[in-house]
Design a protein around this ligand. Structure first.
Ligand SMILES: Nc1ncnc2c1ncn2[C@@H]1O[C@H](COP(=O)(O)OP(=O)(O)OP(=O)(O)O)[C@@H](O)[C@H]1O
Ligand SMILES: [Mg+2]
Length: 317
């Protein structure tokens, strides 16, 4: 396995309120090279936090992450050792990740020089090459982010990520902010790039159509935990966890996952506050099949087959 995430936790202390937000509560995932992992779950379940922690942008409170045997986070010392050039993160909003006062060519060149990936005299040719790889004309390099369309800006963010020559790309809602007409183009670009550069992807989206299009395995998250994990086909055909079932039932057209309106028809209640984690299974208060033990026993992922895991002893029987 290439990516190994072991029991990762992330807590945020909010000073103003004195509360502790439990954003990730023991995430363990393994992912093979060249695979695409789709991550789904309602807003606030910890998807972006997990993306930041895997990319090395933030340090987990505990747990370990290795990528091809090298620690992104050194488990023993638990200090941050970012492999920024091997693991890259693309955000939903390219505006927030691009400097408004920097021409996009310079923004791409900066990544190449920071990682010392080309000699000085070869940087500008590499910038042109990267622009062409993401389908942008080379004369765009002198523009500022605000002089580009949303789709072009996201292509620049992708070029900037590729400039670091990563082998793992984490895509956090990369097309959600784009016009519907541009989404398919950017999705197809991502699929082409994956082939061309033999990339491994982690793809986060609310849109199950997009997840289905690009992923081969999926992880369903609830309150900072993975409740179901496995092959996309298996899970969509035979979802086992009551939460996954509710998510899938809530979108008959397989469109937006975690849509609060449709979800409220299949699930009672609200997602609990991550500052006040429920005991036992975090889903128990909303679960249609909960038994008394669910309020005290914390479920672990149980292996149903080599490609299907579920964190619910009630359905695993
Ligand atoms: N820096 C922070 N300080 C305090 N709490 C935070 C911080 N970042 C995230 N959180 C909290 O951690 C939880 C998980 O947030 P996260 O952004 O990872 O969710 P998400 O699944 O990406 O949601 P969305 O689908 O809306 O993007 C939320 O309760 C959020 O409020
Ligand atoms: Mg998010």
């Amino acid at each position: 396995m290439t990516l190994l995430i072991e029991n990762v936790e992330k807590q945020y202390k909010v000073r103003a309120s004195g509360l502790q937000i439990n954003a990730l509560n023991g995430i363990s995932i393994t992912l093979g090279k060249g695979s695409t992992l789709g991550i789904v779950g309602e807003s606030g379940c910890g998807k972006s936090t997990l993306a930041r922690v895997i990319s090395g942008l933030e340090k987990p409170t505990s747990g370990g992450i290795t990528w091809e045997g090298e620690g992104i986070v050194d488990k023993a010392k638990n200090h941050l050792r970012p492999k920024r050039s091997r693991v890259q993160l693309v955000f939903q909003d390219p505006y927030s990740s691009l400097n408004p006062r920097q021409q996009i060519g310079a923004a791409i060149a900066e990544v190449i020089t920071v990682h010392k990936l080309r000699p000085k005299n070869a940087v500008s040719a590499r910038v042109e090459e990267l622009l062409s790889i993401v389908g942008l004309a080379s004369d765009l390099q002198h523009r500022y982010p605000h002089q580009l369309s949303g789709g072009q800006r996201q292509r620049v963010s992708i070029a900037r990520a590729l400039a670091a020559e990563p082998d793992l790309l984490i895509l956090d809602e990369p097309v959600s902010a784009l016009d519907v007409s541009v989404r398919a183009e950017v999705m197809n670009l991502l699929i082409d790039l994956r082939e061309k550069f033999n990339l491994t992807y982690i793809f986060i989206s609310h849109d199950l159509g997009m997840i289905r299009y690009i992923s081969d395995v999926i992880a369903v998250m609830y309150l900072g935990k993975v409740v179901e994990f496995g092959d996309w086909e298996t899970i969509i055909e035979k979802p086992l966890h009551p939460y996954t079932r509710a998510l899938i039932n809530a979108m008959p057209d397989h469109s937006v996952i975690g849509n609060p309106e449709t979800l409220s028809k299949t699930l009672q209640g609200e997602v609990p506050d991550p500052a006040h984690m429920p005991s036992g299974c975090a889903f128990h208060a909303r679960c249609p099949i909960a038994v008394p033990a669910c309020t005290t026993n914390t479920p672990v992922l149980l292996e149903m087959s080599s490609s299907h895991f579920v964190a619910c002893p009630e359905v695993a029987r």
